[in-house]
Design a protein around this ligand. Structure first.
Ligand code: HEM
Length: 422
């Protein structure tokens, strides 16, 4: 890919949703200019067409890899628990469903993460490993005779959804409803998921409430009748004599559904586009799948950067990348930009399945919030591509991707693909 610098420094406005509808090459060109000329620019907040939301004071966009690593390493100065990790502060009524560990600081964050991590036992992960293989094979069984399909809805999104639901012990009859609600939560700015004129806040709250209720109901059942799923482990897990509350279980599930679904599906979808655009790289990987899986999968995550940013808030006056900041300032860590920083990556705009080292920040920077599901996501991407190469070896994208309208998720909504039917 060649970045295209179609905007001048002063024309770049990351708060304008139109910026996020530009082709990837143009966005990359703009971030390249920022990294080189104005690495911590300040922007007014985006205009949100919701009358009960009061716009905040604006934010600094952190665009260089070194500054994002620095901020991630110092959660005492650049915290997650003031306001939110989204641009707007989270209204209080949203906390019940959306205020999980990603929005907390230590010690509350460490307590929750401890309980949850303890539930991810080796036995649980082994069970999951077997299930990823079965689920990926089943997804390909369903499409292999067609010769063409929508790769996103029929292949890429089916896997993470099945895995999260199986992990938590959610019955298959609920999968479609969970998929629709997760689309609402992360696709709120896209009219395909919330048609214009609808009340975005009400749609988000309803989706959060329904997901939370579903898992709390399951949790009540598992308290009496434990099984070997994560919901059982969570309702029985104890750290320092403490259990998760119903609200904590509910908001954790909302986080898992949102964080685990859209991200992994987009990594898998961007992966197919990359395999199509760079056939030499595809050939390299297909010829030595196991040998290159480790580097290829991380390169897919760097290339895709499914989560564009996370916010931090300054807890006191500080400097970052030479910029003076004041207590309460918002910072957006633009992972997409860090992942193309020429100071860290040689030929950052080249997709290279052998890239090593690859210190990308696609799963977040080094710090307490580093992605809890990174291992699981890597396994899902690996198993899916192993199955695809083995069973549909000539699969490729057959048209342009239809992109999600979002400044937060680098999402592909639809991607036509074709292959020789079997
Ligand atoms: C390619 C796939 C994925 C990407 C790109 C991704 C990205 C991220 C990023 C950037 C963060 C950091 C948030 C921050 O620093 O504020 C994060 C945190 C998190 N992710 Fe992932 N994620 C992926 C897959 C998953 C999966 C499969 C799960 C669940 C099973 C998951 C669960 C979480 C959770 C629970 C957190 C919050 C951790 C904490 O606050 O301590 N993620 N993820």
């Amino acid at each position: 890919m060649e970045p295209r610098q179609t905007l001048s420094l002063d024309e770049i406005n990351l708060s304008d949703i139109e910026f996020w509808t530009r082709p990837d090459e143009e966005r990359e060109g703009a971030f390249q200019i920022l990294r080189e000329q104005r690495p911590l620019p300040f922007f007014a907040e985006p205009e949100i067409p919701v009358d009960w939301i009061v716009p905040g004071p604006g934010y600094y966009a952190v665009t260089r890899h070194a500054d994002i690593v620095e901020a991630s390493r110092h959660p005492d100065v650049f915290c997650s628990g003031r306001g939110a990790t989204s641009i707007l502060d989270m209204p209080e009524v949203f906390r019940e469903f959306f205020g999980s560990m990603i929005e907390l600081d230590d010690p509350r964050h460490a307590r929750l993460r401890g309980i949850v991590s303890r539930a991810f036992t080796p036995r649980m992960l082994q069970r999951l490993e077997d299930y990823i293989q079965v689920a990926a094979a089943g997804i390909i069984d369903d499409v292999q005779g067609k010769g063409e399909c929508d790769f996103v809805t029929e292949v890429a999104s089916a896997l993470p959804l099945k895995i999260i639901c199986d992990l938590m012990g959610v019955p298959e009859s609920e999968y479609d409803g969970i998929f629709a609600r997760s689309n609402i939560i992360l696709g709120a700015g896209d009219p395909e998921y919330i048609p214009e004129g609808n009340d975005i806040g009400a749609a988000l709250l309803t989706a959060g409430y329904e997901l939370s209720e579903l898992v709390q109901e399951l949790g009540r059942h598992r308290t009496e009748h434990p099984t070997d799923d994560l919901t059982s482990a969570l309702v029985h897990a104890e750290v320092d004599g403490e259990h998760l509350s119903g609200q904590e279980l509910g908001s954790f599930f909302v986080l898992l559904v949102v964080a685990g679904n859209e991200t992994t599906r987009n990594a898998i979808s961007h992966g197919l586009k990359a395999m199509t655009d760079y056939p030499d790289q595809r050939k390299l990987w297909a010829n030595d799948f196991d040998g290159l899986a480790g580097t290829a999968v991380d390169e897919i995550v760097r290339w895709a950067t499914p989560v564009i940013f996370m916010r931090r808030t300054a807890t006191r006056d500080a400097t970052l990348g030479g910029q003076q900041l004041h207590e309460g300032d918002k910072l957006l860590l633009f992972y997409n930009s860090a992942n193309r920083d020429a100071e860290v990556f040689s030929d950052p705009f080249v997709f290279d399945v052998r890239r090593d080292p690859n210190p990308h920040v696609g799963f977040g920077g080094p710090g307490p919030h580093f992605c809890l599901g990174a291992h699981l996501a890597r396994r899902e991407i690996t198993v899916m591509y192993r199955e695809l190469f083995r069973r549909l070896p000539d699969i490729e994208a057959s048209g342009p991707p239809e992109m999600l309208r979002s400044s937060f998720i680098h999402g592909i909504k639809h991607l036509p693909c074709q292959f020789t039917p079997v």
